[in-house]
Design a protein around this ligand. Structure first.
Ligand code: 6R9
Length: 650
């Protein structure tokens, strides 16, 4: 990418000041930026005091062997104690930790005292199965309370967990079990999805026939749906038989701050999945701090709901560790947003009086497509802050979220971070930042990020390039499990001494950061770098378009030609003039250079199971190639539908 790359095509001038009342009572005010800038390490040392340490750390950062960081290295703590016991000890045992809403409508409420009992019993159960500190435990579960209990039980005994998303196949599970050399798998018979039970245990059985998984000696199985399951005597154990008979008292042992907490696999575009390793003290410090500051959490009164699956980093950091470390009351929902009806999420917000919600742009755009009338049927007035994560949020989707879900009152916080960063890195603060729709804006206090050009020079305001992180942060990944060299090559070799995030970004005239998508997705059209995100945002700003995915397809004259796949809003019909209408709209918003050559209306877009658009597959379609790896798709029939559309393309 050249320096004028990712030029400032899109101009977004709407601004939203923080509500005065929120600003007046905000947990974190503008002074935090100054304090952190004056002494970054002192700032993080102060944040570490949010936690209860068995041995208080005296060292903050050990960066003597970069990029292998150690944070709070001489401190010791127990992560589960911090997320559970200490809240009971400080008199909040009766506070609800989790409101669980099953897809079929069954509910459970766990207070912090309940959670302490469950986690203690599960910790004893794992110990009885022979799990010792340092042993890896794979967790392959639906979204039920036992999933959080299992994670916390592992943390309690110092056994790093590797949560594998329940939608992944037996093969994907086997690869991850093998890479982490897991000794125990925790699973369930199944879970509820789209109105019916779906299976999990069968995939575990199949995975454990694969070479490399021989070291798994036990499979602990939660009964959720009651469906028939295969059973291997001597290996398989029911959760209710083993866990329920354990003692409710368990003394948590303290571990060093750098003790591994979990491995979480991210699938890059190529090669085998990377096992991202996170450790204890720094991770918990930053997840707790960011959850407290970005959601302005008031644990006594807020009801917080993160709609992610626990199988993704968002679920780890913002369903389990951050919120529970802060003593928050959270909602956990098992199923899909449209079961049994398209208002299910908003019904949940109304039912529990949710005040803080954290979701993904893909979900927001889907709700836009379903129509404004659906959320309008529910009382959403309890909401006070709306969060977004996972992809760039198009300005139009941002505005829709604020207007239709937030009643035009609530701040929207667009939080940029990654599995690798462990916790939020770039985000507005709801009581401080004047918000710009579509921009994550500013690095959080204590975080250093910037945008650089190809040579690694910081770009001036108003220019684009690559996002880099310039100083270590407490919740950073420590390595790729078993592969230090790949850790160095992937993140630390592109720009000397700085972490390369793999995302394109630009700085606007105020120096605020706008994320422009993965650098692999940037298009080169007639010598200009154009970001997929900006063209998509221009398309979504047209009243007929709910969602768009844009790719660059090889073109003999222009190098790459822009090909746009669009999903139309609710009741918009596709007609002959549509493609031309959208093309001229993009030309008006961004300039003629960004005008898509082809526009294809489609019913669905290919997405990863965490909701990110897989542009790589769309590029295959646009270039008439055989499709690459589709194993991480939510629904591979989507691609058949798209390919069937192709001959009719404009
Ligand atoms: C938390 C999570 C990381 C990638 C990241 C970027 C994209 C996440 C974003 C965003 C723009 C945001 N991403 N949040 N892009 N604005 N607010 O999603 O982790 O699954 O590892 O994905 O997601 O491209 O590099 P992960």
């Amino acid at each position: 990418m050249s320096n004028e790359s990712l030029a400032n095509l899109l101009s977004e001038n709407r601004r939203f000041a923080p509500p005065a009342e929120l600003a007046a009572r905000a947990n974190v005010t503008a002074s935090a930026y100054g304090e952190a800038a004056a002494d970054r390490l002192a700032f993080w040392a102060a944040q570490a005091r949010r936690l209860t340490w068995e041995t208080e750390p005296t060292q903050t950062l050990d960066w003597s062997r970069p990029p292998f960081a150690k944070w709070f290295a001489d401190g010791t703590l127990n992560v589960a104690y911090n997320c559970v016991d200490r809240h009971v000890e400080s008199g909040h045992g009766d506070r609800v930790a989790l409101y669980f809403e099953g897809e079929p409508g069954d509910t459970r409420t766990l207070t912090y005292a309940d959670l302490k009992r469950e986690v203690s019993k599960a910790a004893h159960a794992l110990t009885e199965l022979g799990v010792r500190a340092g042993d890896r435990v794979a967790i392959y579960m639906p979204m039920i309370p036992e999933t959080a209990v299992a994670m916390l039980a592992c943390a309690r005994i110092g056994a790093p967990h590797s949560v594998v998303f329940g939608g992944f196949s037996a093969d994907a599970l086997a690869t991850r079990i093998e890479d982490a050399d897991a000794r125990v798998v925790i699973t369930a018979d199944g879970g509820y999805r789209r109105g019916k039970p779906s299976g999990l245990k069968g995939a575990v059985d199949e995975a454990l026939t694969r070479p490399g998984t021989e070291n798994v000696r036990s499979v602990l199985v939660v009964r959720r749906t009651g469906q028939e399951v295969g059973w291997t005597a001597g290996r398989d154990v029911w959760w209710h038989e083993l866990v329920d008979r354990q003692s409710e008292e368990h003394s948590p042992q303290a571990f060093p701050a750098e003790h591994p907490l979990f491995i979480l696999y991210t699938s890059g575009t190529t090669g085998k999945p990377k096992g991202i390793l996170h450790t204890s003290g720094g991770y918990l410090t930053q997840t707790a701090f960011t959850h407290h500051s970005v959601f302005d959490l008031k644990p006594e009164t807020d009801i917080y709901w993160c709609t992610a699956d626990v199988g993704w980093v968002t679920g780890h950091s913002y369903i389990v560790y951050g919120p529970l470390a802060n003593g928050a009351t959270g909602v956990m929902y098992e199923g899909t947003p449209d079961t049994p009806h398209r208002g299910r999420w908003w019904e949940i917000v109304q039912k529990y009086g949710v005040t803080l919600i954290y979701t993904a742009p893909t979900a927001i755009r889907t709700c836009m497509k379903w129509g404004d009338d659906i959320p309008a049927r529910f009382d959403l007035s309890s909401l006070r802050i709306l969060g977004s994560v996972g992809e760039p949020i198009n300005p139009e989707a941002w505005i829709w979220y604020r207007e239709n879900i937030g009643g035009g009152r609530t701040p929207v916080v667009d939080t940029w971070w990654q599995t690798e960063t462990g916790a939020m890195m770039i985000s507005p603060l709801p009581g401080v930042t004047e918000a710009k729709p579509g921009s994550a804006q500013v690095p959080l206090p204590g975080i250093s990020a910037t945008v650089v050009d190809d040579e690694g020079r910081e770009v001036p305001d108003g220019s684009g390039g690559y996002l880099v992180l310039t100083e270590p942060w407490p919740s950073m990944l420590r390595t790729i499990w078993g592969d230090d060299q790949r850790f160095l090559d992937t993140y630390w070799s592109r720009f000397e001494g700085r972490y390369f995030a793999g995302d394109g970004a630009k700085k606007d005239d105020d120096g605020d950061i706008w994320l422009l998508g993965r650098v692999d997705d940037v298009m080169l059209v007639s010598g200009h770098n154009i970001s997929t995100t900006e063209v998509e945002s221009a398309l979504v700003s047209h009243p007929k378009v709910a969602e768009a995915a844009v790719v660059g397809a090889t073109d003999p004259t222009t190098g790459q030609a822009i090909c746009a796949f669009v999903i139309l809003r609710g009741n918009v019909a596709e007609d002959e003039s549509l493609a031309e209408e959208l093309r001229s709209h993009v030309a008006k918003e961004l300039g003629p250079i960004a005008k898509p050559k082809r526009i294809l209306p489609v019913a669905e877009l290919p997405k990863t199971r965490s909701g990110k658009i897989m542009r790589r597959l769309l590029r295959d379609v646009a270039e008439n190639r055989a499709l690459g790896d589709v194993t991480t798709l939510t629904d591979s029939s989507v691609m058949d539908l798209i390919q069937a559309k192709l001959p009719a393309a404009a």
